[in-house]
Ligand binder design. Structure first.
Ligand SMILES: NC(=O)c1ccc[n+]([C@@H]2O[C@H](COP(=O)([O-])OP(=O)(O)OC[C@H]3O[C@@H](n4cnc5c(N)ncnc54)[C@H](O)[C@@H]3O)[C@@H](O)[C@H]2O)c1
Length: 260
């Protein structure tokens, strides 16, 4: 992948870094000159995936742990001298109709997809403001989903949590903008990662999603990483409170698709 040093000297925290979108973003951000605190569960492949990279510190933790926000932010400060980019990307997707929703699934989804995002922002913002006083910039990115604008059956917990990410991010944009810090969220469509591997292993489902996209393919983690790079870069200094749809055109059509 050609690089342009668009994040030279920047320090980023990226959660969900062992797999899929997070993994691809760590690879792209470091290739663009960033130093990265890569965060994922102790049970994940984090060490195998990013261990030994000179610009990456791996931090194996659960983002919902009480001291996770403090550990993430203090690692960025102690190892790399500050924090420019916070990418809250870790997430889970339980599937259940509301009438049968296990209480634990609902709560866990909000713990990871929403509460941990807020708590990490709360911990990071003072440190990012301090840094922005001299650099004039900072970037908060949160991963929502096209289900943060739309929904479907059996997606209640996930869709509600991603709508919450959108609302939280818009509020953040208002609160940190005066320091030159932007806050935006990504709305990926159907992306081929561990999260969707089971779904897209079913040929009819895979074909349905491919055909629903204007570009006639599933998304790749790199597609989302490139969008994250745009929002993290200086090119996006005047983009804030924005939800960037990265779905290959899946959501262009409302209602049934016309045959063609
Ligand atoms: N794949 C898609 O089609 C798609 C579409 C829209 C949005 N998203 C969102 O993109 C983000 C990344 O998902 P992905 O598709 O790369 O999935 P993935 O499963 O490949 O990666 C998610 C990573 O998050 C980590 N994670 C989960 N819970 C965690 C926790 N409590 N603490 C620390 N790490 C944790 C997992 O271990 C995993 O490595 C998620 O927020 C997801 O909701 C994905």
């Amino acid at each position: 992948m050609p690089t342009t040093s668009r994040l030279q000297g920047r320090v980023a925290i990226i959660t969900g870094a062992a797999s899929g979108i997070g993994r691809a973003t760590v690879d792209l951000f470091t290739a663009e000159g960033a130093s990265v605190v890569a965060v994922d569960l102790p049970s994940s492949a984090l060490g195998q995936v990013h261990g030994g990279h000179p610009a990456v510190v791996t931090l194996a933790l659960d983002v919902t742990d009480a001291d996770a926000p403090r550990r993430m932010v203090s690692t960025a400060v102690e190892r790399f001298g500050g924090l420019d980019i916070l990418f809250n990307n870790a997430g889970i997707v339980p599937v259940s109709p509301v009438a049968q929703m296990p209480e634990a699934d609902w709560l866990r989804t909000f713990e990871i997809n929403v509460h941990a995002v807020m708590r990490t922002c709360r911990e990071a913002i003072p440190v990012m403001i301090e840094r922005a006083r001299t650099t004039g910039h900072g970037r908060i990115l949160n991963t929502a989903s096209i289900l943060g604008h739309f929904s479907d059956h059996s997606c209640g917990a996930y869709s509600a949590s991603k709508h919450a990410v959108a609302g939280l991010t818009k509020t953040l944009a208002k609160e940190v903008g005066r320091y030159g810090i932007t806050a935006n969220y990504l709305l990926p469509g159907a992306i081929e990662t561990s999260m969707t591997a089971g779904l897209f292993a079913v040929p009819e489902v895979r074909t349905q999603w491919e055909q629903a996209a204007a570009v006639k393919r599933l998304g790749r983690p790199e597609d989302i990483a490139r969008a994250a790079l745009l929002l993290a870069s200086d090119d996006a200094a005047f983009i804030t409170g924005h939800g960037l749809v990265v779905d290959g055109g899946v959501t262009v059509t409302a209602g049934p698709q016309l045959p063609m």
